[in-house]
Write a protein that binds this ligand. Structure first.
Ligand SMILES: C[S@@+](CC[C@H](N)C(=O)[O-])C[C@H]1O[C@@H](n2cnc3c(N)ncnc32)[C@H](O)[C@@H]1O
Length: 390
């Protein structure tokens, strides 16, 4: 696909938005969340001070409303009658954004919950761990004939209607080749948003462009981009990222990584006691109880795409192996398992998967394996949770 045009304006969005003299088809905005309070946060594996910059400093509700009202009202003037706007946030800013959108008579269509599959741990243990962000999707007005590619979304969701909860990992290290931005969004998130609500050749505006994730995803998908960013550092990261995709090899590589694939490979996550886990590794046999307490066997979607198993003991001692045959399992009795030296619990039947125990896979080991979840569905996770690559 031909790359779209890239225009990046350097300066204050409040001053530059009124200078845009053409209408845009879609707006994605990742405005300040106002969360920089000099508290502690985790970056990579390090504890760092939460200070993204002056633009993100804590503000009063009144100040937040004033700021959001101003840029959202400027955006409304450049948005096409049938265009839509996406605005991301957390509890710190999202209520203010929603208030202002309604006040300005945008029509809120959905609030997407982006559930990060790899959230950093909570440092204080005083609240539930933050693992989500919200993205409000709104039409310019209640009369707008807005666009949603519902069928495509269904297709990339494996044939099921896509819901408003999106499980997507945080930004991966390979997306930061041009430099560091503290609140960079993952390309895959923008890929989905852009495919869902724009056509090839459309123009997309991002009034808080940062490292230009929106611009990169837009251009890779043949959409034109106009971005505004006031920090020179980030402007140059954005331009560098744009240069990187001028090579067809690079752009194809990135597109492959961010494309959503209904045939995505899955991993079975299986907890076992340390001794049992060692025996599983020695024999190349992984087993789990077949069925629920009522004795029924339930095979959920994702099993047929399973290619790896991840063995762990309560979140520790994590090992990942490839199955000998994708999506294939056997049903064994308790007696058969006992012949291999296992001491399974009291269930009569077990699902058995054979894996290549001679070679351990060197994937990233997610920190949130220790979940008290019993359904097979919950144990089957996309390979991207382990690789950050799609
Ligand atoms: C949350 S970040 C956006 C990150 C972006 N989505 C990405 O993936 O890199 C917000 C950005 O808006 C910029 N910004 C904040 N206030 C601004 C303003 N008034 N005008 C222009 N840019 C602004 C900040 O410098 C920051 O880079």
């Amino acid at each position: 696909m031909k790359l779209g045009h890239f225009t990046l304006l350097s300066g204050d969005t409040m001053k530059l938005l009124p200078c845009i003299n053409k209408k845009v088809d879609m707006i994605f905005a990742d405005p300040p969340y106002f969360i920089s309070d000099n508290g502690k946060t985790i970056r990579g594996k390090r504890v760092v001070v939460k200070n993204f910059g002056e633009w993100d400093k804590i503000r009063s509700d009144k100040e937040k409303d004033k700021f959001n009202r101003e840029w959202l009202s400027l955006c409304k003037k450049v948005l096409n009658e049938n265009g839509t706007i996406w605005v991301s946030g957390t509890l710190h800013n999202i209520y203010s954004v929603e208030r202002c959108l309604s006040e300005l008579q945008y029509k809120v269509l959905n609030i997407i919950t982006w559930q990060k599959t790899d959230p950093p741990p909570s440092l204080t243990g005083t609240r539930f761990n933050f693992s989500t962000e919200f993205i409000i999707w709104a039409a310019k007005s209640s009369q707008s004939k807005y666009y949603l590619n519902f069928e495509l979304m269904k297709q990339i969701n494996g044939g099921k209607q896509m819901t408003d909860v999106w499980r997507i990992p945080s930004v991966a290290a390979w997306e930061k080749t041009a430099g560091y931005h503290p609140t960079q969004k993952p390309l895959r998130l923008l890929y989905r948003i852009i495919l869902a609500t724009t056509h090839e050749g459309d123009t997309i505006l991002d009034p808080f462009a940062g490292s230009c994730t929106t611009g990169i995803a837009a251009n890779l998908l043949g959409r034109n981009f106009i971005g505004i960013e006031m920090d020179e550092k980030y402007v140059s990261i954005g331009c560098q990222r744009r240069k990187e995709i001028e090579s067809t090899t690079n752009s194809n590589k990135i597109l492959r990584k961010i494309s959503e694939n209904p045939d995505e490979i899955t991993v079975l996550v299986n907890h076992a006691r340390p001794q049992t886990l060692q025996l599983m590794i020695r024999t190349g046999i992984c087993y789990l109880r077949a069925g629920d307490s009522k004795g029924s066997l339930q095979i959920t979607p994702g099993f047929e795409r399973m290619q790896y198993i991840c063995l762990h003991s309560g979140g520790e001692n994590v090992h990942i192996y490839r199955l000998l045959k994708k999506g294939t399992f056997q049903i064994w009795t308790k007696n058969t398992l006992e012949k291999y030296g296992f001491h399974p619990s009291h269930a009569p039947y077990y699902i058995v998967l054979h894996f290549n125990n001679t070679k351990e896979e060197l994937f990233h080991k997610p920190s949130n394996l220790k979940q008290k979840i019993n359904t097979y569905q919950a144990r089957i996770r996309p390979l991207s949770d382990f690789t950050g690559i799609y």
